[in-house]
Design a protein around this ligand. Structure first.
Ligand code: NAP
Length: 500
């Protein structure tokens, strides 16, 4: 389904300490690399465990995979693209955009593909990071993680899951070698991935059973092709493209107020719009009932689709809303004993978000292990830096994801913040920079206060945004504008600055 990945020339392996080492060549890592180069930092290296750049957009190739944020808003502001072919770009187009960035910004000589980081240790004596990879060691003064959170598939603890004899795979590791035509396919889960997969495969399979544990809130999508004339207009008149992006941004910022971040008077309005969408697309009251969420809109990610509900009305599709008892060698048995015989089973069960950084041991000052420092709560100062971990920055770190707008905007705010830190290190001739424990604690206390009243805590649901203790560790509890404002100029009083 994806185009063949463009094969960048292999980067020469660095033999001396780098200025900046970036882990991951997805949206975050590529944005960091581009802006480093534009800022004059050429002593830069990016390691990527996959065999192509693109991160989540390289890995998630399931049928129907697309972005639920408009393409013009989901692109990097400093790397615009005039010829997006749809309002909401599909995965192949986004993956191609990210691969094209490598050539456009001459990054190939800085990127090592098929190279996994296995650990990183801060060497206080030399003020640099010693990083182990499966291709050998690297050293860098500054380490930036662009590892993201959504790439270790969560495998549900359903009894008998691995006794299933047919093909069994996760949406993020779609097996394109398995034909679905005329086969009975089960899909477990009804999150953002499932609602894209189901309409995409329903027309070709003999039977599709969708196993739903919790119904999602779904809004209309209104996807449209963008024709050659509009593309030409965007190319010739960049202000028009920028205006469109600004409008798309502002409309989504309004969603933060519309109940996407907290229960407000407007939450009810948004819920009414979603119920109207359900009523318009599903005539059967029993099916509607099964699809009506029992929690407040915004508590889980609000999904957008014009095809999901109609797919469920197809004669070859069954929505199974009861609890699963077990997976058997030939299908799925429900708690009440009913059995669904299946040939293929698809897990659309999301990601293990805590696994991402925990799988790579990061050891900071005085032997402090990041996963252990996070024993109490996964947290980072402004979502990007952690006390005890000098010269270490995270992109899309804790509590900087979004439910209402484009995360690319958050990545960009963070990249500029990191660049400001790097510039300050140069100006003041610093060996190390890290947030003070006090500043981090103050930030976290404020964050917790704002999260306490958020829709994710008050909306009556559990979601992947929350940790085992039920705390939201994934999302930013406000508008993008508020985050951008807070990140524009670093407050050096929040940092411990160590002179060289
Ligand atoms: P997800 O939102 O975590 O959804 C997982 C689904 O699997 C949920 O419906 C969940 O039910 C169900 N599930 C999990 N364990 C189960 C079990 N043991 N038995 C039955 N059902 C089970 O995962 P996702 O759909 O892959 O999406 C993850 C995130 O990726 C999204 O929130 C979004 O940030 C991103 N994403 C974005 C796009 C996009 O368009 N931009 C597309 C895909 C994904 P419960 O709700 O009951 O837990």
């Amino acid at each position: 389904m994806t185009d063949t990945p463009a094969a960048p020339q292999p980067a020469p392996w660095p033999d001396k300490p780098l200025a900046v080492l970036v882990i991951g060549a997805g949206f975050s890592g590529l944005a960091m690399a581009i802006r480093c180069r534009q800022s004059g930092i050429d002593d830069l290296f990016v390691v990527e465990k996959a065999d192509a750049v693109g991160g989540t957009w390289h890995e998630n190739t399931y049928p129907g995979a697309a972005c639920d944020i408009p393409a013009h808003l989901y692109a990097l502001s400093f790397a615009p693209k005039s010829d997006w072919t749809r309002t909401f770009a599909g995965q192949p187009e986004i993956a191609a955009y990210l691969r094209e960035l490598v050539a456009r910004f001459d990054l190939a000589k800085h990127i090592a593909l098929s190279t996994a980081v296995t650990g990183a240790v801060w060497d206080g004596g030399r003020s640099l990071w010693r990083v182990e990879t499966d291709r050998g060691p690297l050293e860098a003064r500054v380490l930036v993680s662009g590892m993201g959170a959504l790439h270790y598939p969560a495998v549900p603890a359903i009894p008998g899951l691995h006794t299933f004899l047919g093909p069994l795979f996760h949406t993020a590791a779609w097996d394109h070698g398995v034909p679905l035509k005329a086969r009975r396919v089960g899909v477990i889960g009804t999150g953002a991935s499932a609602i894209q997969v189901v309409p995409a495969i329903a027309p070709e399979v003999e039977r599709l059973v969708l196993f739903q544990r919790t119904p999602p809130w779904v809004m209309p999508r209104n996807d449209r092709p963008i024709g050659p004339r509009m593309q030409a207009l965007f190319r010739r008149l960049p202000p028009v493209r920028r205006l469109l992006r600004e409008i798309q941004f502002r409309v989504r910022e309004a969603r933060a107020a519309l109940g996407f971040t907290r229960v407000s008077g407007l939450t009810r309005l948004a819920e009414a719009a979603s119920r109207h969408h359900l009523r318009r697309q599903i005539a059967d009251p029993a099916l509607r009932e099964k699809l009506t969420p029992p929690y407040r809109l915004g508590c889980k990610r609000v999904l957008i689709s014009d095809e999901f509900y109609p797919a469920l009305t197809r004669p070859n599709v069954t929505l199974e809303a009861g609890p699963i008892r077990a997976v058997t060698p030939d299908g799925v048995t429900m708690q009440d004993g009913r059995h669904h015989p299946l040939d293929v089973l698809v897990l659309a069960t999301g990601f293990d978000t805590t696994a991402s950084l925990a799988r790579v041991p990061v050891v900071g000052r005085d032997g402090l292990i990041l996963a252990r420092a996070w024993g109490e709560r996964v947290a980072a100062h402004r979502g990007v830096a952690v006390a005890g971990f000098p010269n270490f920055f995270m992109l899309l770190g804790p509590n900087t994801g979004l439910g209402h707008n484009s995360v690319v905007l958050m990545i960009e705010a963070q990249v500029e913040y990191v660049l400001a830190c790097l510039a300050e290190m140069k100006t003041r001739n610093l060996a190390a920079i890290e947030p003070s424990p006090e500043a981090q604690a103050r930030y976290l206390a404020d964050l917790e206060r704002r999260l306490a009243g958020s829709i994710w805590q008050q909306g009556g649901c559990a979601s992947w945004y929350q940790d085992a203790a039920g705390r939201n560790i994934a999302l930013w509890p406000g508008t993008v504008l508020a985050y951008q404002r807070a990140m524009r100029v670093p407050d050096w009083g929040e940092f411990v600055l160590t002179p060289a």
